[in-house]
Design a protein around this ligand. Sequence first.
Ligand SMILES: Cc1ncc(COP(=O)(O)O)c(C=O)c1O
Length: 362
Amino acid sequence: MTQIIPQPGIMDIALYVSGESRLPGHDDVLKLSSNENPLGCSDAARAAYAAAAADLHRYPSTDHIALRRAIGDVHGLDPDRIICGVGSDEVLQFVTHAFAGAGDEVITTEHGFSMYPILARMVGAVPVTVPEMDRRIDVDAILCAVTDRTRIVFIANPANPTGTMLTPDEVQRLVDGLPPHVLLVHDGAYTEFAAGADGGVSLVDRHPNVIMTRTFSKIHGLGGLRIGWGYAAGEIIDVLNRIRQPFNLSNAQMAAAEAAIRDTTFRDHCADLNARMRDRLRQSLIQMGIGCDESHANFVLARFIDPAEAEAADAALRADGILVRRVAGYGLPAALRITVGDEDGVTRVIDCLGLFMADRRG
Ligand SMILES: Cc1ncc(COP(=O)(O)O)c(C=O)c1O
């Protein structure tokens, strides 16, 4: 028997379940299980990645300055208050490591992104899950759960897997109600798909206890490369940089990300396509009798009558080579999360579920 004992909390972590990508017997699988960009990434990003192959023997910059400047230029932010990580997951991990520890409380919400409780447990903190209201984050429930031991509140806005969003006034009320020792993490992985959203910039600029995170994995189509970033007050960023490994991002990651963020034409094209296809998918689901809240992200949450119907719908989709996400682990056993595809992808989903529902409900 080993006497090498892991830190408290670690053995309570249930492994993260990612979207499936293979379906035996199908070679034209339509993967709509991980909220990836159906158009891939920008050509400029792909070219920058290829060009980086010439310098594989060189260590990357430790300060990510070129990428931080590019992010700053495009979003009108001070590069000194930006930190980059291996996906926004790594930035979320820096935050948790830096600001929560054994016995502290970390607030997440009922259907919140499953990495948040994992991160809390990783540092020995206690994840405190508060209820949502009809699949929307409930500001009052969060504020009621705050104690002297609370260190961090995680919200994704738009939220995954519900796709719902708090209004700027609701988020403001949340920040105003938090004591100054509590850090609000405003996770904006899906910000670009929410028309007019600033991802938390104005909050960060007014409140020293807010950090916003963003990713290159969704609208920029670089999920396979793993790049994300955060923006906060200089004091917070300084703390996070102290626990960041100096070479956390490779030259290839940074080159591709810099090209991607500067390609605003591609970004806007993707956002426009997503908005049109999301609307078409949602309206079709509703017409078929499948529940579907308005989504502000690049996926929709299809709600069936009960878990058995969701399972049967999933089986019908799989039989047609379509992979979507079961979200029972998010407290939504009667729902499926479906990434918004391109025109053909959305048509395949609508055709499949249309037949399924006609057969099922007559
Ligand atoms: C809400 C939310 N936050 C963060 C992430 C992490 O993204 P990444 O680490 O790829 O930047 C995801 C990915 O699915 C997400 O849905």
